[in-house]
Design a protein around this ligand. Structure first.
Ligand code: ZN
Length: 377
């Protein structure tokens, strides 16, 4: 049973606390992404040392490999991956749409071919709920259709977006019915769709409120639309989400995106950016981003970020990280990931503190000013 309490607000920004299955999560929170059941290049122990207590896993990939027969032998994902804290899983719909080109969407569900071996497979709201029950996810996501912004360079019409949104609503209802039918005691989040149309976003939200969920996610953003449109929709729908439930923006973003979304009432985030960028040598610091492969760092004895207390910054120079990256050493990926995830956790902590101290606006201003340029010192 998920319990959510708001501690303080500052404008539309909220600082709160989620209590779920004996864990407390302070919000706004960032959830590292472990697509295949592992957060790349980092161990659960290291995540715990950074104080993360919730991660995201992809139910689609885990369903494909290692498969539910393996995971059910362990009684769920927590034991299999040795993560005894909270897990949120997505419904698998997004992966089916994006990985399987040959798919057929019907009212009943999605027919598709396995990207692993070409087998013909089927995913429905009911099946997604069963998969996430076997995974024993603490937070289960409804199956929805992530409405694209464009198909083959053509922007979707209002009518097309409406049809997609309405099917997601019916799938939300079916997800909830199945969730209770199979006696899942964890929590279920819904996903507000409706593309770039305010009226459709309103309709989606109203119906989802009637059905009733433990948390409300915003989907169908960062799907190829211009950034301005994304911000407009977020500014419109974020503050309208039910005040007493956690608000989750799926798949965003950069530090700047997160701050913008928090100021519009979002509490939860996941994104591959800090981990994937770390492996590609793009590092976030309080003084702008660093591309560690750049020649300017070859002789640089400074840490990545003087103000950071992570293991990487406390012990290694930019020069060494530059060398590791150029050489393609695994340690380089590990040290970079440790820094970026530490940076994201600290970013969220500072956001929470600034909301609690009612200086969020000033925090946003200083933050943006400091991060304007690459590497000021
Ligand atoms: Zn660091």
């Amino acid at each position: 049973m998920l319990n959510f309490k708001i501690l303080t607000t500052s404008g539309n920004a909220r600082s709160g606390i989620i209590k779920l299955n004996n864990f407390f999560v302070k919000t706004p929170i960032f959830m590292p992404v472990g697509t295949y059941g592992s957060v790349k290049a980092i161990s659960p122990l290291e995540l715990i040392e950074m104080k993360y207590n919730i991660i995201l896993n992809n139910s689609f990939h885990l369903w494909m490999r290692p498969g539910l027969d393996v995971i059910s032998k362990f009684g769920g994902l927590h034991k299999f991956i040795n993560w005894n804290r909270l897990i949120l899983t997505d419904s698998g719909g997004f992966q089916v749409f994006s990985l399987s080109k040959r798919n057929k969407i019907t009212e009943k569900g999605i027919y598709f071919f396995s990207p692993i071996n070409g087998d013909k497979l089927f995913l429905s709201p009911e099946i997604s709920m069963k998969i996430q029950k076997i995974l024993n996810s603490d937070i289960v996501m409804q199956l929805d259709e992530c409405t694209p912004y464009k198909i083959y360079n053509r922007i979707l019409s209002e009518n097309e977006v409406e049809n997609s949104m309405k099917m997601s609503l019916r799938w939300a209802q079916r997800s909830k019915e199945e969730f209770y039918k199979i006696n899942n005691k964890n929590s279920l989040f819904c996903i507000v769709q409706g593309g770039m149309f305010k009226n459709l976003r309103d309709e989606s939200l109203e119906k989802l409120k009637e059905i009733g969920f433990d948390g409300f996610a915003i989907g169908g953003l960062s799907v190829g639309e211009p950034k301005k449109k994304m911000i407009k929709i977020l500014q419109y729908i974020g503050p309208k989400l039910p005040i007493d439930k956690p608000h989750y923006l799926m798949g965003a973003g950069t530090p700047e995106d997160i701050i913008m979304a928090v100021s519009n009432g979002i509490d939860m985030f996941d994104c591959i950016i800090p981990t994937r960028n770390a492996r590609n040598g793009l590092l976030f610091t309080n003084f702008g981003n660093i591309k560690i492969k750049n020649a300017r760092y070859k002789f640089d004895k400074n840490p990545l970020d003087y103000s950071c207390n992570c293991y990487t910054c406390k012990n290694f120079s930019r020069s060494y990280l530059h060398y590791l990256h150029r050489k393609g050493e695994i340690l380089g990926s590990r040290l970079n990931t440790i820094h970026n995830l530490y940076y994201y956790f600290q970013l969220m902590r500072k956001i929470r503190l600034s909301i609690n101290n009612n200086i969020f606006e000033k925090f946003v201003k200083d933050f943006c000013e400091n991060r304007k340029y690459e590497n000021k010192f």
